[in-house]
Design a protein around this ligand. Structure first.
Ligand code: NAD
Length: 502
């Protein structure tokens, strides 16, 4: 059993990898890389400079059906599902080691594809994925069934069984991290998986699939089909051979997945959706300078393309102006630019469409009467890439679209409040409920806020960075089910009762 090695980053090594040619990428089916059945391809456009890096298979519904059939066979014949837990554990440990050994190349490949700043991607993508595979590998042989309390004349045993074939659909903001959150627990308990990567960030996940084979995962247990959500994602959602769908992405797609399940085999559907997360700063915060810096990072790192981003800043009126000044100073210190430069704090927007939507959200807020205090414009247009200035919008009213709809970009909505009750009311004035932050040195107030805010996670005097040991998931329209921690395992197992007359 190996120990995690410290990861480190050097600009010269990044530079060697940044222009490496990337060959055309097929699907991963039954252990083989294969082209789409009609040979169709999609361009992979780098958000760094708008250039085409390579092409990936643009899958068809029949490609997806074939991958699902392979996953089904692999599950039913027990090549992985009935492998001894200790053997499954060694495979996932080896996979974690391989990810770590290739962490830099994987991260650079991922950044060329999705635009996240490398210093974040290195930790949050490759580093985090390795840690997640280790976490669930470690759990594999420590999970027990149960003996139920029953009358003496019977024995009630509760077994935890893998569900069978899991369909996993992930978004482009952190494909490796979020992919690992689904794959690691699903595989740990013996399921087969068909993974549908995001159109605009498939490359690192395809490489992860190859590393899984190298680690000893039997062919057919993990299949990866690339292409359009509305084509291959839909086929995965509608398949009668898929037992559970696990998804991270937008609410609109989440709704479709529920419909697919209803129209097909009532497969379980677990949704991790978006947020419009309130970050509440009280005048009695222990360190307002620090609160301002962390609050700026909480919305602007990875250009706001973070599901839990603190995108609604609620500030107590008595400190509003000073706090917004401090937050703007912290924001102006961020360097926006080439995500493969180590000095960059904020990289690129993933795709041109998302950039246009981000800019439009600011124009809409201005039209509704809010004020752009900082940013609001595209940057580095001549590079051909997609960059946007971190944007602070003040005077946002609760009914404004910017207070209600997720932007998924570097746009912060600021609103003042006058009392704790008003802060709670504003924080909860949302259909979403993924995350929140509270800054106060009053312990009682902190606990009251944790209790009263509708969210899956409430940070106190910090924002983000939670470890694998705690669950992440939303309430209300931010979804159901949780990634991370041992709680996630329930999504990938069925309970079976053995009721034995003695
Ligand atoms: P998206 O819903 O457009 O796409 C997500 C995935 O769904 C992609 O792989 C896409 O190909 C697939 N898809 C699209 N249409 C489909 C269909 N009809 N059937 C099946 N699959 C389909 O979301 P996105 O733009 O990639 O990601 C951004 C969203 O993800 C944001 O709302 C963000 O908040 C959310 N997100 C949530 C979390 C979380 O943990 N809750 C984490 C990261 C991102």
């Amino acid at each position: 059993m190996s120990m995690p090695k410290p990861l480190s980053l050097e600009q010269s090594s990044i530079n060697q990898l940044r222009t490496e040619p990337v060959k055309k990428q097929g699907h991963l089916v039954d252990g083989n890389r294969v082209a789409a059945s009609n040979d169709a391809l999609m361009e992979v456009i780098s958000p760094i400079d708008g250039q085409v890096i390579t092409h990936i298979a643009n899958g068809t519904a029949s490609d997806m059906d074939q991958a699902i059939a392979n996953a089904r066979t692999a599950f039913d014949d027990g090549r992985w599902s009935r492998m001894p837990p200790a053997s499954r554990k060694s495979v996932l440990y080896r996979l974690a080691d391989l990810i770590e050994a290739e962490a830099l190349a994987l991260s650079v490949l991922g950044v060329r594809d999705n635009g996240t700043e490398i210093n974040m991607a290195f930790k949050a993508e490759a580093g985090s994925a390795a840690g997640t595979f280790r976490y669930y590998a470690e759990a594999i042989d420590k999970m027990y069934g149960q003996v139920a309390p029953t009358a003496d004349s019977v024995l009630g045993l509760i077994h935890h069984e893998p569900v069978g074939v899991v369909g996993a659909i992930v978004p482009w903001n952190f494909p490796l991290m979020i992919g690992a959150w689904k794959l690691a627990p699903a595989l740990a308990v013996g399921n087969s998986v068909v993974l549908k990567p995001p159109e605009t960030a498939s490359l690192s996940l395809l490489r992860l699939g190859e590393l899984a084979l190298e680690a000893g995962l039997p062919p057919g247990v993990l299949n990866i089909i690339t292409g359009e959500g509305a084509v291959v994602g839909q086929a995965l959602g509608l398949s009668p051979l898929v037992d559970a769908l696990v998804f991270t992405g937008s609410g609109a797609t989440g709704r479709r997945l529920l419909t697919y399940a209803a129209e097909s085999n009532l497969k379980r559907v677990f949704l991790e959706l978006g947020g419009k997360s309130p970050n509440v700063v009280f005048a009695d915060a222990p360190d307002l300078e620090k609160a301002a810096k962390v609050s700026a990072a909480a919305i602007f790192r990875n250009s706001g393309q973070v599901c839990i981003a603190g995108s609604r800043l609620l500030v107590e009126a008595s400190i509003h102006d000073d706090f917004v000044d401090a937050l703007c100073r912290a924001t102006e210190a961020f360097r926006v630019g080439d995500p493969l430069e180590l000095a960059t704090d904020i990289g690129a927007i993933n795709n041109a469409n998302q950039l246009a939507m981000n800019l439009q959200s600011v124009r809409n807020a201005e039209a509704e009467g809010a004020k752009t205090r900082l940013g609001g414009q595209q940057l580095h247009e001549s590079s051909g890439g997609y960059y946007m200035a971190p944007t602070v919008v003040t005077d946002v009213r609760p009914h404004h679209a910017l207070a209600r709809q997720e932007v998924f970009g570097p746009v912060l909505a600021v609103t003042a409040f006058n009392s704790e009750d008003e802060a709670i009311q504003l924080a909860n004035d949302s259909e979403l409920g993924l995350a929140a932050g509270v800054w106060t040195s009053n312990l009682s107030r902190a606990h009251q806020m944790v209790r009263n805010i509708h969210a899956g996670v409430v940070h106190v005097n910090t924002y983000g960075g939670a470890e694998n040991s705690v669950p992440l998931g939303g309430v209300q329209q931010s979804g159901n089910g949780h990634d991370k921690s041992l709680h996630a395992i329930g999504k990938y197992t069925n309970l079976k009762t053995a009721w034995i007359q003695l």
